[in-house]
Design a protein around this ligand. Structure first.
Ligand code: FAD
Length: 256
C-alpha cells in the first residue's frame, strides 16, 4: 500500500503572536507542522512498520520546509513540495485543486490528512479532495485498522464512536485521539537529510493559474469584545464569599 500524507505548515501555536491593531499574526512567527497532520503522519509510519504500507510520501502546498523535514525525520520515505507563485493567495478550494492534481500524478492507495488546520481551520480540504478524486472518505478518525484492500476506521461522533469500512483507495482525516506522534530521533533527523524532496510548480502539474483565483477572501482578524456582566469578589474570606454566592444564586432562583 502506498500512503500519501498531506501536511500543512502553520504558525507554531506555542509561539504565535497576534497584532490586534493590524489584525494579523506577527510576521516571522516560528512555523510548525499542523498538529493533526502529525497524527496522520504517525498513523502512516505505524502502517509501514507493521508491514501494511510499502511507501509513505509526505506532500505539501506552499512554504513547508520545517514541516516536511519533521515528517521525513519521523520516517516518511520522501517529500513532494508544491511551490506557489509569490503573488498567489490560495483559498481552500484552490489548495484542494492543486493537491488533487499532485495526488493524481503521484498515485496512492490511501491519503491521510488532518481533520483541520490550526489557522485556516475550515476542515474543507479532505471533503473537497474526496469529490475531486471521487474517493470514499472518512472524517474525525480516532482508530484505524487496514487490511489488504479495505480500511476499518472509528469516527468520533457526538455520543461515542462509529465504525466505518472503506474500500481502498480512500481519504481519511485524522484527529488527535488516533495516536501520539513520535518525536524524531537523532538517527531519524540524520536520515532525513539524505531523503529526497521533489519540488513541483503548478505549471508542472498542468494547472492554469487563472483557475486558482480565490473565491473566498480573508479579512482582518479581531478579538470579540467581552460583553458578559459579572460580580468579582476580591479579598473576601472564603466563608463570606460562599455565603454571598449562595445568596446571589438564591436571589435568581438558581438553587433547587
Ligand atoms: C497569509 C494567508 C492568507 C490567506 N488568505 C486566504 C484568503 O484570502 N482566502 C481563503 O479562503 N483562505 C486564505 N488562506 C487560507 C489558506 O489558503 C488555507 O488555510 C488553505 O487553503 C487550507 O485551508 P484550511 O487551512 O482551512 O485547511 P483544512 O481544510 O482545515 O485542512 C485539513 C487538512 O488538509 C491538509 N491541508 C490543508 N492545506 C494544505 C496544504 N497547503 N498542503 C498540504 N495539505 C494541506 C492538512 O492535512 C490539513 O490538516 C490564507 C492563509 C494564509 C496563511
Amino acid at each position: 500500500m502506498k500512503i500519501v500524507v498531506l501536511v500543512r505548515q502553520v504558525p507554531d501555536p506555542n509561539a504565535v503572536r497576534f497584532d490586534a491593531r493590524a489584525g494579523e499574526i506577527v510576521s516571522g512567527t516560528a512555523q510548525a507542522p499542523n498538529e493533526y497532520d502529525l497524527v496522520a503522519m504517525e498513523a502512516a509510519i505505524q502502517l509501514q512498520e507493521s508491514g501494511q504500507a510499502d511507501e509513505v510520501v509526505v506532500m505539501s502546498v506552499g512554504p513547508a520546509k520545517e514541516a516536511l523535514n519533521r515528517c521525513l525525520a519521523m520516517g516518511a520515505d520522501r517529500a513532494v513540495a508544491i511551490d506557489l507563485p509569490g503573488s498567489l493567495t490560495v483559498d481552500s478550494q484552490a489548495t484542494s485543486r492543486i493537491l488533487a492534481a499532485a495526488l493524481k500524478a503521484e498515485g496512492y492507495d490511501l491519503v491521510l490528512l488532518g481533520q483541520e488546520t490550526s489557522d485556516g481551520g475550515t476542515g474543507s480540504v479532505g471533503p473537497q479532495l474526496s469529490v475531486a478524486l471521487d474517493l470514499p472518505f472518512a472524517s474525525n478518525v480516532v482508530a484505524l485498522d487496514a487490511s489488504d484492500r479495505t480500511l476499518a476506521v472509528q469516527r468520533e461522533v457526538e455520543a461515542g464512536r462509529q465504525i466505518v469500512e472503506l474500500g481502498l483507495p480512500a481519504i481519511v482525516c485524522t484527529l488527535t485521539g488516533l495516536n501520539e506522534p513520535r518525536y524524531p530521533s537523532l538517527k531519524g533527523i540524520m536520515a532525513a537529510r539524505r531523503k529526497p524532496t521533489e519540488t513541483k510548480t503548478i505549471s508542472d502539474l498542468g494547472i492554469d493559474q487563472s483557475l486558482l483565483e480565490p473565491s473566498v477572501s480573508w479579512g482582518r482578524l479581531f478579538l470579540e469584545e467581552e460583553s458578559g456582566e459579572g460580580i468579582i469578589l476580591r479579598d473576601v474570606p472564603a466563608d463570606e464569599a460562599a455565603d454571598k454566592l449562595i445568596a446571589f444564586l438564591n436571589e435568581r432562583k438558581l438553587l433547587g
